[in-house]
Design a protein around this ligand. Sequence first.
Ligand SMILES: [Zn+2]
Ligand SMILES: [Zn+2]
Length: 81
Amino acid sequence: MTAFLESQKKEFDEKKGVTECSICMFNFVGMEDVVQLSCSDAHIFHVDCLLGWLETLAREMKEKTCPLCRVVIKVKESNQV
Ligand SMILES: [Zn+2]
Ligand SMILES: [Zn+2]
């Protein structure tokens, strides 16, 4: 059963690119809040996971960067609702 799921997942990966959040390593499921960063179509994360990552960076006084490619994220703080 597990092996079957693994092979399914791999095939899905190849076609669609990203199926799981690279921060928590959980698969995305429908209707979940996800964020795609502008650095890459493949850099998609759960909103909560990305927020946690950004909080960690803020605590360490680092710039906001993509957890995968370390490109600086442009966040328009003033425009955020
Ligand atoms: Zn996640
Ligand atoms: Zn990235």
